[in-house]
Structures are given as C-alpha cells and as structure tokens.
Design a protein around this ligand. Structure first.
Ligand code: 5GP
Ligand code: ZN
Length: 141
C-alpha cells in the first residue's frame, strides 16, 4: 500500500532499525519506545489489522514471536514482557498495518497500565455461556 509507513519500512523506503527479517515478516525497533527493547513485528504483506489477517500470514508471524521475545529476554533480562496488538483507532491503533508490540518490562513505574477493573459480577456463568455461544455462532463468518 503506497501511503503505509510500515510498508515503506519493509521495502526500505523509510529507514528503520532492523532486528529480524525473513521472507514473511520484519521486526524493528519502535521509533518511540516505552522501554529498552520495545520492538515491532509486522507481516511484509500489507494487512490492516487482525480482523483482516489471513491465517497463513498469522501463522508465519506468530511462528516468529517466540524468537523475538526470547532474544529480548536474553539481551536485557526484563522482569516481564507484554505483547500488545491494537486493532482499530478506538483500541489505540495509530498505524494501520498490523503490528505486534514486544514491550519488555523492567519496573512498575514504566507507564504501561495493563490492569483493568473486572466486571465479573455482571458475567455470571449463564451470561458467559450466552456470550460464548454468540462467539461460536460467528467463528466462520
Ligand atoms: P499503535 O499505536 O498503532 O499500536 O503503534 C504504532 C507504533 O508505531 C507506535 O508505538 C509508534 O511509536 C511506532 N511508529 C510510528 N511510526 C514509526 C516509524 O516511522 N518508525 C518506527 N520505527 N516506528 C514507528
Ligand atoms: Zn502497509
């Protein structure tokens, strides 16, 4: 896609700090990292988000995810690592070429908040069953 920043990074039109590349995926340093080692993994083919990702693209991308995670772990020995993928502007996506963030965590003051206030009381076992049924009905749509 001509106007996509990450397509331009993949084809070399825009410079990036490469971590890993194979025929299907490209991994590079986030230009505005949260922590040391914050890396992005993208498919070389333009895919807007997870909703539009063909299974083969997903298989190729996630096959590489442990390799990237373990390289970051070996390099920096973080206390933990979050992999985050935002789909849609409402969910925080700002670049509309799928990317998986690898964010190593060193301490609780790094500014990333991944805790949420649970709504468990609303989701009784009956409600959870109904919700699951709705998802199951739509698995192949
Ligand atoms: P999103 O908010 O879409 O999940 O994340 C987009 C990420 O891409 C951001 O963390 C941002 O710093 C990074 N980013 C945006 N433009 C560039 C760029 O030109 N080069 C690199 N390396 N990262 C970028
Ligand atoms: Zn793209």
């Amino acid at each position: 896609m001509n106007d996509c920043i990450f397509c331009k990074i993949v084809d070399g039109t825009i410079p990036s700090t490469k971590v890993y590349e194979d025929e299907n995926v490209y991994a590079f340093m986030d230009v505005s990292p949260l922590t040391k080692g914050h890396t992005l993994l993208v498919p070389k083919t333009h895919v807007k988000d997870l909703f539009e990702m063909p299974e083969e693209v997903a298989a190729n991308l996630y096959a590489v995810a442990p390799k990237i995670a373990n390289a970051i772990k070996s390099a920096f020995n973080p206390a933990g690592l979050n992999t985050i993928n935002n789909n849609g502007a409402f969910a925080g996506q700002t670049v509309f070429h799928y990317h998986l963030h690898f964010i190593p965590r060193y301490d609780e003051t790094d500014g990333l908040k991944v805790k949420w206030e649970t709504k468990q009381s609303e989701f009784t076992p009956d409600v959870l069953g109904q919700v699951a049924a709705q998802i199951k009905e739509n698995l192949n749509s």
